[in-house]
Design a protein around this ligand. Structure first.
Ligand SMILES: [Fe+2]
Ligand SMILES: [Fe+2]
Length: 148
């Protein structure tokens, strides 16, 4: 999911973070698919949650991801704001998943509920990251030479 645009490396840290987060999610999904270790699943979820929250803060900080996009293409501000709102929704989902993990019974029902919750989060997260990549594409590619 690399952003192949000449943005002077401005977005490289965010691309790297996206890739690292997706790698963490793939690991967690593997553990969930295997139904192997509830403790490992909870640990991977906790690590991913810490990284995801730090990533959200990084994107939202002054001169971060969203400021850079909106500075380049102010017309994208509404969509940028909507994506920032999604950060708090996803953070809430991660808290709910952590609560589910801490209530572990290691039963089939528990694994099923954890997997379903994770899949729902995974879909939201992937969609979110795709929309962020689209924003960069539109801001720095579609509008080359026409900063509005
Ligand atoms: Fe984000
Ligand atoms: Fe992101």
């Amino acid at each position: 999911m690399a952003i192949e645009l000449d943005t002077s490396g401005k977005f490289d840290p965010f691309v790297d973070e996206h890739e690292a987060l997706h790698e963490s999610l793939r690991k967690l999904r593997w553990v969930l698919d295997e139904c192997k270790s509830p403790r490992e699943a909870a640990q991977l979820l906790a690590e991913f949650s810490d990284h995801a929250r730090a990533h959200f803060v990084h994107e939202e900080q002054p001169d971060g991801f969203f400021d850079s996009v909106v500075d380049q293409a102010p017309r994208l501000k509404t969509r940028a704001d909507a994506l920032i709102q999604e950060h708090s929704v996803m953070s809430t989902k991660l808290v709910e998943l952590a609560e589910l993990a801490s209530d572990c019974t290691d039963s089939d029902e528990w694994w099923s509920a954890f997997r379903d919750g994770f899949e729902s989060f995974w879909q939201s997260f992937c969609q979110h990251e795709r929309l962020e990549n689209d924003l960069v594409q539109e801001a720095f590619h579609d509008d080359i030479g026409s900063k509005d």
